[in-house]
Design a protein around this ligand. Sequence first.
Ligand SMILES: Nc1ncnc2c1ncn2[C@@H]1O[C@H](COP(=O)(O)OP(=O)(O)OP(=O)(O)O)[C@@H](O)[C@H]1O
Ligand SMILES: [Mg+2]
Length: 388
Amino acid sequence: MSALPGPRDSADRPRLDNLTLAHKEGFQRFAEAPDRIQPEPLTMNQLKALSDMARAAYDRKRRLWHANLGPLKTPQLASLHEDLWDIVDNNLQDGDKAKGAIALDAFPGLGKTTAVLSFVKQFHRREIAEEGRFTQDGHERWPVCRVGLTGNTGMKDFNRAMLAFFGHPGLERGTTTQIGDRALDCFLSCEVRLLVVDDLHFLRWKNRSATEISNHFKYIANEFPVTLLLVGVGLAERGLFGEVDNDGDEALAQTGRRTTALGLAPFLIANDAQRRDWRNTLLAIEKRLVLAAKYPGMLADELSDYLFARSTGHIGSLMTLINRGCQRAIRTGTELLTSDLLNQVKNDAAAESGRRQLETALAAKRLTTRPITRTGKPAKNKDRAVTA
Ligand SMILES: Nc1ncnc2c1ncn2[C@@H]1O[C@H](COP(=O)(O)OP(=O)(O)OP(=O)(O)O)[C@@H](O)[C@H]1O
Ligand SMILES: [Mg+2]
């Protein structure tokens, strides 16, 4: 084995993990990082002509690139962003009026975190560009505070996490309320406009009524001059917005009234418009793949039914499959995606269990993923692709 090389170029390293985003500096690195540059596509002959070292460097670039494909501007993401802009911009009004909250509630793997992070990235950049890095009082400006909850977080941990985002030293001392008050000070000085709480379902719900939790967020919505963006799975079912607890609970009703519920849907293939969305997404992914033997229509024509069945239309399962498939195609030298190659790639359990039924229906032509053209034939590779 050859000697290990020196430290890598920092631009080449994966930049993001959940811990990074828990602090303002990490968040800033994420939000202000330049877009990744797609490695130059090479033909099979050009690939073979590379020296071992050049080939290793090229493959490494491709590994990283394929592991970070996205975010794609899928129709679901685009329409969620429009809704978020509407609400957040409307909330930028002055005054002490309580701002409306947003609840993004959808099943796992539908791209909630990805869509929200890409939104807050744009929001952060816009606010800093327009308002400057510092407030009029000379404090750092942080338009967004993002808190990601992990298993079994309580109210106090939640308030601490807000404080930790700002690197505040006072997060170990005091009651839940005192810590909350310190967080409020940070929000006011840094002119935070948007508070994102991701994976809210991890909040410790047991032994706490929905009303108590709802009250906590009501307090934040009332006291903190921010738009609250709550992200999680099954939030409505947990009774956070009064949909479940209907026995005259006014606090819940109030939260429900002030909260706009948004969702993210999987890809569907029930009508032509939906099939076109699926196809455009595959075309957009295809464009981004850096495989020497890829060809137009590799995904959108040849693998459309296959990929739908294996992902059950969930973007998370689709991207995992594509990413793992690309890694394998590079490693094994096939340099293209086929159903044979993808059959060897494992996917998440939920997608695998939904797969059989869909495969049977697609094989029996009871379902199709292809938009039908005017000639009655499945569409070919001429549709507009989703742009990044
Ligand atoms: N628009 C997109 N473009 C490209 N990849 C995406 C997109 N949306 C989601 N993904 C990929 O799908 C995977 C799951 O997405 P994400 O983590 O955002 O889902 P989630 O809804 O937040 O899931 P969970 O409820 O488990 O937190 C990620 O690996 C992500 O890279
Ligand atoms: Mg998530």
